[in-house]
Design a protein around this ligand. Sequence first.
Ligand SMILES: Nc1ncnc2c1ncn2[C@@H]1O[C@H](COP(=O)(O)OP(=O)(O)OP(=O)(O)O)[C@@H](O)[C@H]1O
Length: 248
Amino acid sequence: MNPTAPVSTAHEPQARHLRPVLTATGIEKAYRRGMWPARRSLTVLRGADLSLAPGEVVGLVGENGSGKSTLMKILVGALRPDAGTVSYDGLLGYCPQEPIVYERLTCDEHFELFGRAYGMAPEAERRARRAVYESLGFERHAATRADQLSGGTLSKLNLGLALLADPDVLLLDEPYAGFDFDTYLKFWELVGQRRQAGRSVLIISHFVTDEERFDRIVHLRDGRTSQGPGQEPGRGPGRVPGPGTARR
Ligand SMILES: Nc1ncnc2c1ncn2[C@@H]1O[C@H](COP(=O)(O)OP(=O)(O)OP(=O)(O)O)[C@@H](O)[C@H]1O
């Protein structure tokens, strides 16, 4: 047996043989700043590649300002790349770093609105909404307006809206910044359930202690992506530890 080979798990064979649900190749992006004649260009991405296999949980890491959010915005189509291609199958769910909500709408009203935007049948939306409330524990805020929610509950709403339509690929930009520890553990439980269901998750993370929770880590440095040693798409060890093994 090759001692450097990734640990094989029940999850691994499935992911390895399935084609990626999301592939980004040669992504380049520069921001233009200022007005002529002081116009400057800041190159952020210089040919970044990324792919996600079904059922994979991947961490996207890098220094502040390395371009993680920029890359994620390009993956979900919120930002146009200067070069490169993105392709995916199925539905994407996106949880931006700054929650994009309507301050006068309640949590329930947000779910209703997003359910309609996703084309969900009302009963399916209500069922999914109940499941989200239950898994993240904020049903008591169902009738609270977004502008009266605490930061942590706003983050739960932000994540819940991305989860509502059960997307094939979930892209989360620092989703648990405002979570208390209990919610943080619930979050990882939920991620584990998505992996079991063959859904893929990409998470921008700053916590070194989260690294063991990912199947694979993608590093963004100098505008390019690289894998951790011995890692390649769909070959991760397939671990999201249960609550008992969580650390922070
Ligand atoms: N709309 C914009 N216009 C100009 N520059 C931008 C814009 N958005 C981001 N930048 C710059 O691009 C660089 C990458 O930003 P980005 O937010 O993608 O990095 P990040 O890795 O997600 O950072 P962090 O870890 O701090 O969240 C930064 O220098 C940032 O200031």
